[in-house]
Ligand binder design. Structure first.
Ligand code: PEP
Length: 256
């Protein structure tokens, strides 16, 4: 019996209109809408959340958003608050994705505010951490991941920490086709789990899911998902086609 249920989350990024999203989700729901061995989350763009939410009704698949603002409301043109996502039946939100960190200059402190606001609104944050190629080459991976994790989770209490999901996403592997080796990924996942144990105690750390993200595809997923501390995947490119996303769900379901 696995201690942690595998989780496969699709990050569609800035892809699919509301109408295109409907077709993609229909195909996913038909095949995996009753899959109980894996938690499944789809994270469409904001504009497709409502249409996707309607299709997910009655299925086990959960809805996630790709970002949010930490404030509850106010003069933040173009932004979306946690309760607005909850009102559309979102249960997860991706926070601190490397594209937000690099293109939108999001800092660990700002991401931390979002993590706390998400939890306050009963949204489960998927907190992304990961090093750039240069950081890996200069052996700074663990130091960077530690800072992102500790600062990102500041103020999160042990009681609600199991609602957090961590995604380890080496930046050099995102959308590049270069996947981390199982040894590289497992090393960082085990390190993250040890940090979580220091923050929240071992029992809680054993319950928190740590996803791998970065060019995960049906061809490389089984080996990654079989690693002791890899509890699922945050999937970009391969979540945009029903067939490959469904194959990833199958790969997760097959792990014993
Ligand atoms: C991502 O952006 O979260 C991601 C993992 O992308 P890809 O699977 O395309 O590398």
């Amino acid at each position: 019996m696995l201690l942690r249920k595998k989780l496969i989350a699709g990050n569609w990024k800035m892809n699919r209109t509301s109408a295109d999203a409907v077709q993609l989700v229909k195909d996913i729901v038909v095949v995996s809408g009753k899959e109980h061995n894996v938690d499944i989350v789809v994270c469409p763009p904001f504009t497709a959340l409502e249409s996707v939410a309607r299709l997910l009704e009655g299925s086990v698949i959960k809805l996630g958003a790709q970002n949010m603002h930490p404030e509850a409301s106010g003069a933040y043109t173009g932004e979306i608050a946690a309760d607005m996502l909850r009102a559309l039946f979102a249960s997860y939100v991706i926070l601190g994705h490397s594209e937000r960190r690099s293109y939108f200059k999001e800092t660990n402190a700002f991401i931390n505010q979002k993590v706390l606001a998400a939890l306050k609104s009963q949204l489960k944050p998927i907190l992304c951490v990961g090093e750039t190629l240069q950081e890996r080459e200069t052996r700074a991976t663990l130091k960077i991941v530690q800072a992102q994790l500790e600062q990102g989770l500041q103020g999160v209490s042990r009681e609600i920490a199991t609602n957090v999901v961590i995604a380890y996403e080496p930046v050099w592997a995102i959308g590049t086709g270069k996947v981390a080796t199982t040894a590289q990924a497992q090393e960082v996942h085990a390190f993250i789990r040890s940090l979580l144990a220091t923050l929240f105690g071992d029992t809680v750390a054993q319950k928190i899911r740590i996803l791998y993200g970065g060019s995960m595809k049906p061809a490389n997923a089984s080996e990654l998902l079989a690693q002791r501390d890899i509890d699922g995947g945050l999937i970009g490119g391969a979540s945009l086609e029903a067939r490959s996303f469904l194959d990833l769900i199958q790969a997760a379901a097959a792990v014993k």
